[in-house]
Write a protein that binds this ligand. Structure first.
Ligand code: SAH
Length: 248
């Protein structure tokens, strides 16, 4: 049997959004390294770097030293083709909810060709609506319904463990079905969509309501390929140009 490929694990990043306690960042790094994950991204951490993070990381300080600190979640996800939000169920924002083993399988398939991410929220508030809107699906840890909120680093441990078990158990994964658009391509598309809908007077920029969140949910459900994003953007440009010329 061919041994599993460590390069695939190196494409799976753990993104911690707006972490409050530096100790959790260190403990998350340790949780990752014990399972063979290496890519840690920190989005706007409250306190970092910090000696508590180093102490809790123990032998995983190398992961902290090479962690990427980003100002926004969009920046941390720009080159990813799949971002899974680790969260309690929020079907109002993201349609698809995966179990940890399902998530591990999906990540391992896509990580063969491009970076993928698991996104964890703040200790108190979890992932915001805006952060969830950047994720294509959710992963929920089926915990005790009477007390289901794990410590952040414990949640990182559970998901990292599932990825490692799936990776060890199946050396060959099927190739991804789709040449999926990257995070940056999706964000550019949504920005274009919002501008075009405002130009067409379908969306009132003064009171946009939840329209963009709902449209993001629709497109996340169908998972857009690079080519489909180009077609949709071409349609938007044609609609914008058509309107301009009718107005002349
Ligand atoms: N009160 C927050 C809990 C945050 S716990 C909330 O309601 O969301 C910190 C992070 O750990 C969460 O943002 C999530 O990424 C992860 N987490 C904790 N428990 C989880 C669970 N049961 N399922 C999925 N993610 C969980």
């Amino acid at each position: 049997m061919t041994p599993p490929d460590p390069k695939v694990l190196a494409k799976i990043r753990v993104v911690l959004a707006r972490t409050s306690h530096p100790g959790n960042i260190g403990a998350a790094a340790r949780a990752m390294k014990t399972m063979g994950l290496t890519q840690l991204y920190l989005v706007d951490p409250a306190i970092y770097p910090n000696s508590q993070a180093d102490a809790m990381a123990s032998g995983a300080v190398d992961l902290l030293a090479q962690a990427r600190v980003c100002a926004t979640l969009a920046e941390a996800l720009a080159d990813t083709v799949l971002a899974l939000g680790v969260s309690a169920r929020r079907r109002d924002i993201v349609a698809e909810v995966l179990t940890p083993p399902e998530a591990a399988g999906r990540l391992l398939v896509e990580a063969q060709v491009a970076p993928v991410a698991l996104v964890f929220g703040n200790e108190t508030s979890g992932l915001s609506n805006e952060e969830l809107a950047l994720c294509q699906a959710l992963v929920t840890i089926p915990a005790n319904p009477d007390y289901s909120s794990l410590n952040l680093a414990a949640a990182v441990q559970v998901l990292s463990y599932e990825i490692r078990q799936a990776w060890l158990g199946q050396p060959g994964w099927p190739q991804p079905e789709l040449d999926a658009a990257s995070g940056a391509e999706l964000e550019n598309f949504y920005a274009h969509l919002e501008t075009a809908l405002a130009d067409l007077e379908f969306l009132n920029p003064g009171s946009p309501g939840k329209l963009m969140l709902k449209l993001r949910r629709l497109f996340s459900r169908s998972r857009l390929a690079k080519e489909e994003v180009n077609i949709l953007r071409g349609i938007l440009t044609a609609a914008q140009t058509g309107r301009q010329s009718r107005q002349k």
